[in-house]
Design a binder for this molecule. Structure first.
Ligand SMILES: [Zn+2]
Length: 378
């Protein structure tokens, strides 16, 4: 389990109210697993027909992804039990990503949510092992059950590797958090362990590739590289959250609100922007705010029409402008800005615009705090 910043891919439907997505990379891995299963079944059971090899390859491959989904659902069920909302589950190359609303509030919950995944994989391995050993008579069922038992076992073990963001890294973070009482320090420990393991995988993979095992070695190095990126990214996310934790809109918003009137021509507006350096203005009509205009939206009009087009034509009308309250956390505003691809938001209190907040202002605070060694605090 890891946290994704955004959901992407094809929506499959809901399970227990959680939307399930398929990332486009899933199709590639589905194809690769199906092909390798078909090859394996062909060499182990040459007596079967080609249709049997293909069918069992596809069915086993689908059951593998159902297993991954089961693994992710088990994280989600435990998270839900602790009243942590799960936004979505996405299946992709290396398994699943659960997007949960926030990190667990304490070490024990973190540990339990993390350990649920590997335990569920071991549970499935056990179920398939029982089918493989004790269900007699159908070779196809036995062959599929054997592969699924072993694969779920490997999946469970791999996820227990103690490197963040793998489940084992979260377990490690939960333990370190319980011991040190410091979430950031615990994250740093788990994330360093993740990087160490990633470098090890890359080194062993390259060494294997150089010694003739090209496919296996490169695959291992690729997983290592992926883990390295994931460790870096999830640590950055945690650091971002921690650094901006107590910053609210009112702390960093600009109190002066640049305004322009709705009948101003675009070339005049561009002049205003160049004169003041402000790239975003509230548009007023009869003294009241009616919209928001930015340099970017003004530039969407061809230059030769700038003199005879008013900014009213390019502004975003007030009812469509995204706004924030003074108490809203800066992090949540930053996330909304990224999602909507905007750089400015008016701050509204009691139906009045009381300030403006820019993405650059939030990032400036972030940078200053990081440089000031804010991460060192507990
Ligand atoms: Zn997991």
């Amino acid at each position: 389990m890891a946290q994704a910043g955004h959901r992407s891919g094809i929506r499959l439907g809901h399970i227990l109210g959680i939307p399930i997505y398929l990332h486009t990379s899933w199709f590639l891995i589905f194809l690769l697993i199906t092909l390798s299963l078909r090859t394996q079944f062909t060499s182990e059971h040459p007596g079967w027909t080609a249709a049997q090899h293909w069918t069992l390859g596809i069915v086993t491959s689908l059951l593998f992804f159902a297993s991954v989904l089961f693994h992710e659902m088990s994280h989600s069920v435990v998270a839900r039990h602790y009243k942590i909302n799960v936004r979505s589950i996405t299946l992709f190359v290396f398994g699943g990503l659960s997007e949960i609303e926030h990190d667990a509030p304490n070490a024990r919950q973190e540990l339990n949510i993390a350990i649920a995944g590997p335990l569920s994989s071991f549970f499935l391995a056990g179920c398939f092992w029982v089918i493989w050993r004790f269900v007699q008579g159908n070779q196809m069922v036995t062959a599929a059950a054997k592969w699924l038992a072993l694969t779920n076992l490997v999946l469970g073990i791999f996820n227990l590797v103690p490197g963040f963001p793998l489940d084992g890294g979260r377990v490690l973070r939960g333990i370190a958090w319980g011991v040190t009482g410091n979430f950031m320090q615990a994250t740093q420990i788990a994330s360093s362990a993740g990087r160490l393991i990633a470098y090890l995988l890359i080194a062993v993979g390259v060494w294997q590739a150089l010694n003739g095992n090209w496919v296996g070695g490169l695959w291992m190095a690729f997983i290592g590289w992926f883990l390295l990126e994931a460790a870096r990214e999830s640590f950055a996310q945690v650091a971002l959250r921690d650094t901006l934790a107590d910053v609210r809109a009112q702390d960093i918003m600009a109190h002066d609100i640049p305004t322009v009137t709705r009948d101003m021509a675009i070339d005049e507006y561009v002049h205003e922007v160049l004169r003041t350096g402000r790239r975003c203005h509230i548009v007023t009509g009869a003294g009241a705010p009616v919209g928001l205009v930015t340099l970017q939206s003004a530039k969407s009009v061809p230059r030769q029409e700038w003199t005879n087009t008013s900014i009213q034509a390019v502004m975003v009308p007030m009812e469509k402008v995204q706004m924030a309250a003074p108490e809203e956390p800066a992090l949540s505003i930053l996330e909304r800005m990224q999602a909507a691809d905007i750089n400015q938001m008016p701050i509204v209190s009691d139906h009045h615009i009381v300030g403006m907040i820019g993405r650059d202002a939030i990032l400036r605070v972030l940078q200053t705090r990081l440089q000031a060694g804010h991460l060192a605090r507990s």
